[in-house]
Design a protein around this ligand. Sequence first.
Ligand SMILES: Cc1cc2nc3c(=O)[nH]c(=O)nc-3n(C[C@H](O)[C@H](O)[C@H](O)COP(=O)(O)OP(=O)(O)OC[C@H]3O[C@@H](n4cnc5c(N)ncnc54)[C@H](O)[C@@H]3O)c2cc1C
Length: 318
Amino acid sequence: MVLVYAESPKGQFKKSALEAVTYGKMVADAMGTSCTALVIGNAENAGQLGKYGASKVVQANGAFENFDSQVFATVIANAAKEMGAGVVIVNHSSSGKSLLGRLAVKLDAGSVSGVNSLPTVDGGFKVKKNVFSGKAIAEFEIKTAVKVLSLMGNSFPPAESGADVAVESMDANAPAAKITVKAVQTVDGTVPLPEAELVVSAGRGMKGPENWGIIDELANVVGATTACSRPVADIGWRPHHEHVGQTGVAIRPNLYFAIGISGAIQHLAGVNSSKVIVVINKDPEAPFFKAADYGVCADLFDVVPKLTEAFKKFNAAQ
Ligand SMILES: Cc1cc2nc3c(=O)[nH]c(=O)nc-3n(C[C@H](O)[C@H](O)[C@H](O)COP(=O)(O)OP(=O)(O)OC[C@H]3O[C@@H](n4cnc5c(N)ncnc54)[C@H](O)[C@@H]3O)c2cc1C
């Protein structure tokens, strides 16, 4: 059986949770088994996970106000043991990353982080992931009875394959927390970068933080999340959580606008899995053009407002 932990921060399932369940169902099909979704704590309409392929949804009840990786890992591992799960899947989110290693230890399991392909199961359980900043693909064989995977965001879109199912409750058997979460500050209103399908990103070519209005406006008009290059975050023009690249957030949106960013290898490392890349840069020799699907060689202060106007007209005509 394949067990998927479906994250439900603030009682809501994000797209990534639906992706994980969709992927879990596909893994289960490949293995000739079923997929169960595990929800921890409060979650609105957990039965909807059935639509995405879970034949069973189990909700571990208890007071889980804030995510605590030690407590959650114990709950997931206990559930996996009780249900006899052969594969456990979490998202490759910040929560999932902190669960993966703990789950592997608790379940005596081999684990692979950030997988982006379906496993092959004939002649060994093998999965693939990108390595060396997306420049190569590695294949791993997991040899243990239980396997733990974290799924890279935007690798498998949520796909409906069934109908809502009844939600079963289970006793979470949660251990006492060893830490207390004192405060959580979240950035509301935008899709987090690892989940964003559209990203508008800008770099040092913007000349200063006072010029970011045109980036925010373009992002608003297309419904994108904003990002930036590292130096821009380092000098305080933008918040650090927007920094993408080797040392920042790794993303794989459907569309990535790189505006006034040179395309240094360390930046590309975090964005080159984007499905379509549009580069706006006034230097024809900018390395980013080599990675671009579409390139505009022009002054960004001229092009970006025109692009925004064109999107506004397009939206109005819809
Ligand atoms: C260990 C290490 C890790 C790193 N990790 C990261 C990382 O994770 N992410 C990251 O981004 N960087 C990272 N860097 C830094 C990276 O090497 C580059 O220095 C950085 O990406 C450059 O940022 P930039 O493109 O915004 O700025 P610049 O290199 O200064 O490029 C600005 C670009 O804007 C263009 N431009 C200027 N004016 C205009 C205009 N008016 N119209 C159009 N285009 C214009 C220029 O032609 C230029 O190409 C790392 C470096 C190291 C050593």
